[in-house]
Every structure is written in C-alpha cells, then in structure tokens.
Design a protein. Structure first.
Length: 204
C-alpha cells in the first residue's frame, strides 16, 4: 500500500503558510514505514526542532483504479478515518528554499498517524460536510470540515489516478485545515471525527 497526502487543500491553511493557492490537487507520498498506529506515542526526531501537527480526514481505497473519471470516483472508497501528517517544518522550509523535494520533512518514521477505526461513508448524512478536530492538552488546536476542502474526495481520487494506479488499501490524507503549530514533549493529542474520539496519544 501507499500513503498519498494532499497539500494546500484548505485555503486558510495555504494562506497561513504563505503558499500559493493551487489550481489542482497537490500531492506527495509517504512510505508505509511512516505509519503510527494504535495510539503509540510519537517521538520527536533529534534532527528537527519544529514538528507541526496537521490533522486530516483519511480515505481508504477499496479497489484498483487508473484514470478514474470523477463521476465514478465515489466507487473507489467506502471508509473514512482520521490521521495526522506530522511535518518537520524547519527542515521543510530549508528544502523549499532550495527547490528540493520534501521527503525528509514529510516521510520520516512515525510521521503518518492513522486511526485504528474507519467508518463506512454511508453513515455520514453528508459526506461532503464531515467535521473533525484536534485537541492538544484538552484545548482545540485545529478544527475543520470537509466542506471547506478546495478539492473533494472524488476530485482527489480522479486527479491522483491520472498519474499512478490506486490499489486496495492505499490511504489518502486529504489535507489539513488552518491552525498548525509545533508539538512538544509531553503534549497529549486527541483526534475527533464528528465528535467521536479516533486517536489519543502522547508526544515524547
């Protein structure tokens, strides 16, 4: 399986990082070794001084597809979960300044938190208006809703499948809302999807 991450998919987040507003989905990859499961603690790497949290809705691909038309894209996922795309922001900024790829800052071990639970998309009254949030030490740090995404689930699937075949079990992290900030040792992170807790872990 592969982990596909969508960047700059919430306008407020793109603006807070002073990034250009994209006219098509921006995506990058993380390896399976980036996954952090089962509420295991996240250990801040010793090569960065600024790791940011980015909470995201995650969809799981359920069939093989290539060059998927947007009108058929809804058939390629049934489940929605929650995750965090941890980003070594200081390292990323240096790489961006040099025009280099982001992998060091995005694809490192444990950088892709994933919830143990996924929900069938059919249970949501409106799959295009799903609320989620991240609490840190009991206070809300990020709050988002899928209706604020510039590119919806189907458009993301269609776009990515032009360039690479989607396979069963692939995960797509669909972008983060505004409010990203550094985590520190001792922080307690809790992620909620439509009011239900999906992950709960510590920073070490």
């Amino acid at each position: 399986m592969k982990i596909i991450c969508i960047g700059r998919n919430y306008m407020a987040h793109a603006k807070e990082l002073k990034n250009e507003i994209p006219d098509e989905p921006v995506f990058f990859l993380k390896p399976d070794s980036a996954l952090l499961r089962n509420n295991d603690p996240f250990y801040i790497p010793d090569w960065t001084k600024e790791v940011h949290h980015e909470i995201e809705l995650v969809i799981k691909i359920n069939r093989i597809g290539k060059n998927i038309e947007k009108r058929f894209a809804h058939r390629y996922f049934d489940e929605i979960g929650l995750g965090i795309d941890f980003t070594a922001r200081d390292v990323q900024q240096k790489l961006k300044e040099k025009g280099l790829p982001w992998e060091k800052a995005k694809a490192f071990d444990q950088s892709a938190v994933i919830s143990s639970t996924f929900l069938d998309k059919s249970i949501f009254p409106d799959a295009e208006a799903i609320g989620f949030k991240l609490d840190i030490n009991g206070k809300t740090a990020q709050e988002g809703n899928s209706k604020l995404m510039m590119f919806g689930f189907e458009e993301i699937i269609s776009h990515v499948s032009k360039y690479m075949t989607l396979k069963i079990g692939d995960l797509i992290y669909t972008g983060t809302p505004a409010g990203v900030s550094p985590v520190k040792i001792g922080d307690h992170l809790e992620g909620y999807l439509e009011g239900k807790k999906f992950f709960d872990f510590l920073i070490k």
